[in-house]
Design a protein around this ligand. Structure first.
Ligand code: UFG
Length: 325
């Protein structure tokens, strides 16, 4: 059984990737400092507690397990916080990734799947974003991910370390078996906040802006089910194993949904109207972020299977009710 090191394997997307790896016959070793991750989310292989910035610890774990490849999720991901505390993001996300790449080179590991983001594009200049869209992040979080993408290209050229960077749009939903799910503290994402409001466990949802140039005035996003994301990582890993070159790909569905459409879909799934108030725009939110996701689909034969809004919402609702009980 091949071992894969999963940095951030106790986090939201990383833990779903561990499950997908195990289903595909790999042994995922989660390397996580548990600052935002949860020990209980690591169920498909060992948890090695550690920080990427602790190079001795990282090297010891790599030497112990001798992974065939790495999936790299570990990062801070609060856009607003990154504006107020950029040093935290550059230190953890960039310097931590550099430590990982250098450790991989020192141990002869030459395959990496990297968790990147549509935030590397910044404000869209086209309605649908393909991978050739200019990368001009508008916050340090997106900038930190772009810097890592740049390092990946340089490490490939210098050290033949092949990497596939996956630029996610809006990850959402929870494991379809209800075993793991989204568990951020603080939570900032639309769907868990709206479901929490519907369940009476959170404040009414503040809808951030109703005057956007969209059909109903609220922001449009491309929501992709976390299980589809996880499966895409396994496809990317398998492609690298078969000799695929480095690359960067969008991961989305190509379908945009507005905040109001999400609230309507929640009402249909749960039978509860989401308590909400209309508020001001949130700074830095583009009106519309929708992926052209064709490149990854063409290259790897992957298709989103669970990313329709009802499935996303049903799985997140199941998870919320499970964790609340
Ligand atoms: N929204 C609300 N109220 C809330 C929370 C969100 O109206 O309480 C709206 C936002 O304005 C946005 C949509 O719901 O239009 C989705 O917001 P999220 O915070 O769930 O997600 P974002 O689109 O802001 O963020 C996602 C990823 C980030 C990534 C970013 C790129 O979560 O990691 O896309 O812009 F950086």
């Amino acid at each position: 059984m091949k071992t894969i090191l999963v940095t951030g394997g106790a986090g939201y997307i990383g833990s779903h990737a561990c499950k997908a790896l195990a289903t595909a016959g790999y042994l995922p070793v989660a390397y996580d400092n548990l600052v935002y991750g949860h020990e209980r989310a690591v169920q498909w292989g060992p948890l090695e507690r550690g920080d990427l910035l602790d190079r001795d610890r990282l090297a010891a774990v790599v030497a112990q397990y001798r992974p065939a490849a790495v999936m790299h999720f570990a990062a801070y991901a609060y856009v607003g916080e990154s504006v107020g505390d950029p040093g935290k993001y550059y230190h953890n996300n960039v310097t931590g990734s550099l430590a990982l790449l250098q450790t991989m080179c020192a141990h002869g590991i030459d395959k990496l799947v990297f968790s990147s983001t549509c935030a590397t594009y910044g404000n869209p200049v086209h309605a649908v974003l393909d991978e050739s869209h200019p990368q001009a992040p508008i916050n340090p979080y997106g900038q930190s991910k772009l810097m890592v993408e740049t390092m990946l290209r340089d490490f490939d050229r210098a050290h033949a370390l092949r990497a596939i960077a996956l630029r996610y749009f809006n990850a959402a939903g929870a494991d379809l078996e209800g075993v793991i799910g989204e568990d951020h503290d603080p939570e900032t994402h639309l769907i868990p906040l709206a479901l929490g409001a519907a369940a009476g466990k959170r404040e009414p949802l503040a809808v951030f802006g109703t005057d956007y140039p969209t059909a109903d005035g609220t922001c449009i996003r491309d929501y992709i089910h976390v299980q589809d994301l996880a499966d895409a990582h396994v496809s990317a890993l398998q492609a690298l194993e078969q000799g695929a070159p480095s690359g960067a790909y969008n991961l989305g569905t190509g379908e945009g949904r507005s905040v109001k459409e999400v609230l309507d879909a929640i009402e249909k799934v749960t039978g509860i109207s989401v308590p909400h108030v209309f508020g001001d725009r949130r700074e830095g939110d583009p009106a519309r972020l929708v992926a052209d996701a064709a490149l990854f689909q063409r290259a790897f034969g992957w298709r989103p299977q669970h990313s329709d809004l009802p499935t996303i919402i049903r799985s997140a609702w199941q998870w919320l009710n499970r964790t609340a009980s």
